[in-house]
Ligand binder design. Structure first.
Ligand code: MF3
Ligand code: CO
Length: 291
């Protein structure tokens, strides 16, 4: 049972203001979209300004860790060293690496090299060599707030083809970000990402996407990139989610490692790239919280 909120009652968002001067018009607008058949966000995924401030504090660690990796990653090192750096710096700054023990994931970070699509296990056996491209995917918990972002790194000189894949994937995220604004749809963002990848002869992984984030590591909505403009969930101020397309040089199909059930590879063995940012929908656009 839930009691209808009175117009003079305190708003559900916790602002302390009366409902009628706070989220009443907002709720009515959402109801209109829902009546027209759109997928709309539920209240539990709409963050308060205090929660967004907490997520930003967490993101400061996430960004610092990726900046540190960017400075220290080099040919000849192994990816277990990256894992140790992430654990060391995150905990030194007061955070916890979110991947560690998440659904049984055994490391602090994901390091995905070349044809590895995502969830690559850091390992002493994986030594970075000239020409490799690697995604380092970092996530942090601080005071219960989650942040999540990832970057690509090129080791030494990489082939023109791989460099192009890395650059285009980044552009996909940037073009997607331009579509993030209140009262637009996640499909506007998804189509922008997909169209740019497709125009360059690439494909976007279908099965794994972005996600709501902030109070948990992975929240609603699921964020795909094979969606169409005007479809998928309505974006409203206070939503926080990731844009993290995995773009494949060849076909979109993936395979999951049977031994550990985590590591994901392209089925055709061709390289894959991914950049991930975490964005908040604001009153007039988007705020990038981590990158
Ligand atoms: N960081 C990944 C993401 O972007 C999640 C990895 S799950 C893990 O959503 F357990 F491998 F960390
Ligand atoms: Co993510």
């Amino acid at each position: 049972m839930s009691v209808k909120i009175g117009r003079n009652d305190p708003c559900w968002c916790g602002s302390g203001r009366k409902y009628k001067t706070c989220h009443a018009a907002f709720d009515e607008r959402i109801v209109r979209y829902a009546s027209a058949g759109h997928v709309v966000p539920t209240r539990d995924i709409i963050k308060t300004p205090e929660q967004i401030a907490g997520i930003k504090e967490s993101a400061k660690i996430n960004i610092a860790v990726l900046d540190y990796i960017e400075e220290h990653i080099h040919e000849g090192m192994n990816t277990a060293e990256i894992d140790h750096m992430v654990y060391g710096l995150t905990t030194k700054m007061g955070g916890i690496p979110a991947p560690l023990n998440y659904e049984g994931y055994p490391y602090s970070v994901c390091t995905s090299v070349n044809e590895q699509v995502c969830h690559g296990f850091p390992s002493e056996k994986v030594v970075l060599k000239e020409g490799d491209i690697i995604n380092v995917d970092c996530s942090t918990v601080l005071n219960g707030y989650f942040s999540d972002s990832s970057r690509m790194f090129c080791i030494g000189e990489v082939s023109r083809e791989k460099q192009h894949l890395v650059d285009v994937t980044r552009e996909c995220v940037e073009l997607g970000l331009k579509e993030v604004k209140p009262w637009g749809f996640l499909g506007d963002m998804g189509q922008a990402v997909h169209d740019h990848a497709f125009a360059n002869g690439y494909s976007v992984v279908r099965e794994i996407g972005g996600h709501g984030v902030g109070l948990k590591f992975h929240e609603e909505p699921w964020v795909g990139y094979n969606s169409k403009r005007g479809t998928e969930m309505l974006m409203v101020p206070g939503m926080v989610f990731t844009i993290e397309p995995m773009v494949n040089m060849g076909k979109a199909d993936i395979i999951i490692d049977k031994k550990n059930n985590w590591e994901v590879y392209t089925a055709d063995g061709k390289p894959s790239a991914q950049w991930e940012i975490m964005v908040a929908v604001t009153e007039d656009g988007a705020d990038v919280l981590s990158w």
